[in-house]
Design a protein around this ligand. Structure first.
Ligand code: CO
Length: 134
């Protein structure tokens, strides 16, 4: 089921400062900042040769990453995203095995315009897992 690593997401308090660090210190090519009001975050993507880094900054008062940043005020790794061929089949198989899918359980359209789901960190080694249909 599990496919390529699509991205690693890092939640940060100041996305412009984070992007500048990646650009100036690490020589990364960074995307423009995009507000994702449906997800309560702003994103900047960093393209690496084999995957992407997704920088996340809270957007709005009920951003789903506010609590994470309260616990990790300097930022930190928030989730990892794996590609799957069929997100509904993956969800149904994981749910049948007892894994918890966050939210309504129905895929939302993610930052790349593709359906995504999140899986509970307690079921996946303490790591929030995003699945994205490839
Ligand atoms: Co993500």
């Amino acid at each position: 089921m599990i496919g390529r690593l699509n991205h690693v997401a890092i939640a940060v308090p100041d996305i412009d400062a984070a992007a500048t660090t990646y650009k100036n210190s690490l020589g990364a090519v960074i995307s423009d900042k995009v507000e994702q009001p449906d997800h309560g975050v702003s994103t900047i993507f960093i393209e690496l040769p084999n995957t992407k880094i997704e920088l996340l900054e809270p957007l709005g008062e009920d951003s789903p990453i506010n609590k994470f940043l309260e616990r990790n005020p300097n930022g930190g790794i928030h989730h990892i995203c794996y590609e799957v061929e069929n997100i509904i089949a993956a969800r149904d198989q994981l749910s049948a095995e007892g894994a918890r899918v966050l939210g309504s359980g129905d895929p939302k359209i993610g930052a790349h315009g593709k359906p995504v789901l999140f899986l509970h960190p307690k079921d996946f080694c303490g790591t929030l897992v995003e699945l994205e249909e490839a």
